[in-house]
Design a protein around this ligand. Structure first.
Ligand code: ATP
Length: 329
């Protein structure tokens, strides 16, 4: 278990002054969780990961791992291992030697090392690759070696800093499944950093959304998707129509968020219950769904994602736009 209590981090230097990378953050990550730190570039997610790993010291607050205050422990003394974006494999060593490296450092007997390296390579599906060098592997295979190397000393926590970002889309999807499987099979707590919200939704037990050094929401993927805590989260996770309007009976404005898949379209006449009238500005066929961009009078565009294309509206058609009350956030 990882407990982050009142932790903040500021970087101070002569040339740029003080940069607050992380404002005060509280977070508990459970044993055996696949936990994701999600947010746009510069939000502080890597800083939080590096604080847990021991590569940075917090400006304030305390971090406990498995009940132990780790403030005084350098990275290699923490029950934590890290997989970096760059893989950081040793180019002059074979795959087997790369994976064995951590166990050698721990001074384990050669026989035990050989058995564990073989098992780790099997686990990442690189059984026959022990004698190759990193340069003789594809990007995805190098990533698997980095994973095997990080998993083999059996840390209680594995930190993953954008581990899939160098891979092409197809391989990235495949490796998402692999990472999920490895986490389940090993029971190790995974903490993943990503800016890719789809990746976060697909892989995580829970997600923390960060923005500008603050943690905006922590929850299961479905919670965050269906019940975002604020406008930023609604807009950052999935797609959202953000619709401003006056509150009836009050002199205030608010913005509601409605997911495109909750928007319903009807023919432009004969449905007085519709919330607004508009005109179809664009139609994009996506296979399973059709995406409609509707120009609402006085409101700008709103997007509707309709299963199939049975509605069959065309550019220029008049439509009424509607959604269920519980689709509003
Ligand atoms: P990315 O996805 O681009 O890696 P991130 O969310 O991981 O972004 P961090 O690397 O945690 O962001 O950085 C958070 C903020 O802290 C940024 O504004 C960054 O410029 C700043 N920062 C990070 N490291 C340092 C440092 N060593 N010195 C000064 N500022 C830093």
């Amino acid at each position: 278990m990882i407990e982050v209590q009142r932790v903040s981090k500021s970087f101070v230097s002569k040339d740029i002054g003080t940069v607050t990378a992380l404002k005060t953050v509280d977070l508990t990550i459970g044993d055996n969780e696949f936990f994701t730190l999600l947010g746009p570039s510069g939000c502080g997610k890597t800083t939080l990961l590096r604080l847990i790993g021991g590569f940075e010291m917090p400006t304030t607050g305390m971090i406990r791992i498995d009940g132990v205050d780790v403030a005084a422990l350098p990275p290699q003394k923490r029950p934590v291992n890290t997989v970096f974006q760059s893989y950081a494999l040793f180019p002059h060593m074979t795959v087997g030697e790369n994976v064995a490296f951590g166990l050698r450092m721990l001074g384990r007997p050669a026989q035990e090392i050989a058995a564990q390296v073989a098992a780790a390579l099997e686990m990442v599906r690189l059984g026959g690759f022990a004698n190759r060098r990193p340069a003789q592997l594809s990007g995805g295979q190098q990533q698997r070696v980095a994973l095997a190397r990080a998993l083999v000393p059996k840390p209680s926590v594995l930190l993953l800093d954008e581990p899939l970002s160098a891979l092409d889309l197809k391989l990235r999807k495949e490796m998402q499944g692999e990472l999920k499987r490895l986490q389940r099979e090993t029971g190790i707590t995974f903490v993943l950093v990503t800016h890719d919200q789809e990746e976060a939704l697909a892989m995580s037990d829970r997600i923390a959304v960060l923005h500008d050094g603050s943690m905006l929401q922590v929850g299961r993927p479905a919670e965050i998707y269906h019940d975002p805590s604020c406008r930023f989260v609604a807009d950052f996770i999935g797609e959202a129509n953000l619709i401003p309007g006056p509150v009836l009976g009050r002199r205030s404005e608010l913005t509601i968020a409605v997911r495109p898949e909750r928007v319903v379209l009807g023919a432009g006449y004969g449905r007085p219950s519709g919330r607004a009238k508009g005109r179809v500005a664009a139609v994009t066929f996506l296979g399973l769904d059709t995406l409609y961009e509707i120009e609402l009078a006085g409101h700008g565009p709103i997007r509707a994602r309709i299963r199939g294309d049975e509605d069959g509206f065309s550019r220029g058609d008049s439509v009424v736009v509607d959604w269920a009350a519980d689709a509003e956030r």
